[in-house]
Design a protein around this ligand. Structure first.
Ligand SMILES: *Cc1c(COP(=O)(O)O)cnc(C)c1O
Length: 359
């Protein structure tokens, strides 16, 4: 039986997108960011499909452990590092690399006996004010690490850009200046996320850290992955489970917010916020039926949405419907739902079946 909702994953698109990034930054090594279950695509699945990456980045120690247990051999950086001795020991045991972003971690590292050194990245806060060391702390940490038997040398310097997708903004230029003051000009650096590596040449250092681009999605507002030469990996599909005729004046769904103005052929599609389809998607949000865009009408329910099929007379029960992906960019749905594509991809729920294809 075809599942009610499935995320069809074009596994060849991963390699295509990685190659596309390589062409943009031929001088850089690529640390593929696969945190949050690879933006909803499946952690181990993405790591396997992205075997051409030079390293992986995850947010948390647990994610790194899962990758190692699945036999992934590449370097794996843990962006949040460790917060206690147990985390540090797991990083050592599973040959993960810790991003050091606070003095607290440095103290813990110096106090903990380890049989051999671990790989670390030293993170500077250059203006985002989330994780990272100040200029002064960074200099001190660098000295301590250079003298530490606990770490492998050399230690690359890292920072994160808060505004790289705003290409006309001055914030990124300020951060890049700040980083150069903090980290100097000698050594290996890692600065750019997806937007940074495309939009900011000065952010293209030894290492780049693309996330969203790998999944075929643009980081820039108002643009889509295909416009960057990428292929969306995920296509979210469901099926029509009922069709009925409504009359002018008939209200549709919870709250009765949508009222038919014309004789309407309405389709019910078996997807809802219980699958991760955004509840805030308003009437008019496009849905792809028989290769045609039709508008969502009324409120999104837990397991269903309603669509107007009046102008799509060939649609029938059991027909496949695309909610986003190939032919309907997730960026566009995010705009309708007043969110960002990252959220839509990450928020698919457990009951959505993942189906790999290699188109
Ligand atoms: C998530 C993340 C990235 C990747 O960001 P994208 O916008 O998806 O490319 C890079 N670096 C850090 C530190 C991150 O947290």
């Amino acid at each position: 039986m075809v599942p009610a909702v499935r995320a069809v994953l074009d596994m060849a698109a991963f390699a295509h997108n990685l190659a596309c990034i390589r062409r943009s930054v031929p001088e850089s090594k690529i640390m593929a960011v696969i945190k949050a279950n690879a933006y909803g695509h499946g952690l181990v699945r993405a790591a396997t499909a992205l075997s051409g990456a030079d390293a992986f980045a995850v947010a948390r120690v647990e994610e790194g452990v899962v990758l190692r247990q699945a036999g992934i051999g590449q370097r794996i950086a843990v962006l949040q590092g460790f917060v206690d001795e147990e985390g540090l020991r797991l990083i050592h045991r599973y040959r993960l690399e810790a991003v050091l972003h606070s003095r607290f971690q440095l103290d813990l590292l110096e106090q903990t006996e380890l049989p051999d050194p671990i790989g670390v990245w030293l993170k500077a806060d250059t203006g985002m004010h989330r994780l990272g060391l100040s200029e002064l702390e960074f200099a001190e940490a660098r000295c301590r690490l250079a003298a530490s038997p606990r770490v492998r040398q050399p230690v690359p310097a890292m920072t994160h850009l808060a505004n790289a997708e705003a290409t006309g903004d001055t914030a990124t230029a300020l951060q890049l200046d700040h980083f150069q003051r903090t980290a100097g000009v000698v050594g290996e650096f890692s600065i750019a996320n997806s937007a940074g590596l495309l939009a900011w040449e000065a952010a293209r250092s030894a290492w780049v850290r693309p996330g969203i681009l790998l999944y075929g999605v643009s980081p820039f507002p108002g643009r889509t992955g295909p416009e960057e030469g990428l292929k969306p990996v995920m296509t979210l599909q469901s099926r029509i489970i009922a069709i009925k005729r409504l009359h002018p004046g008939d209200a549709v769904g919870y709250g009765g917010e949508f009222v038919c103005r014309r004789p309407t052929r309405m389709g019910i599609v078996a997807v809802g916020y219980g699958d991760g389809y955004p509840r805030r998607a308003p009437t008019g949000t496009p849905v792809l039926v028989c290769g045609r865009r039709v508008p969502l009408i009324g409120r999104v329910s837990m397991d269903m949405i309603s669509v107007d099929l009046t102008d799509c007379p060939e649609a029938e029960p059991a027909d496949t419907v695309t909610l986003w992906g190939q032919g309907l960019p997730v960026e566009e749905i995010a705009r309708y739902a007043d969110t960002i594509p990252y959220v839509l991809l990450c928020n698919l729920t457990q009951r959505v079946e993942m189906a790999e294809i290699s188109a």
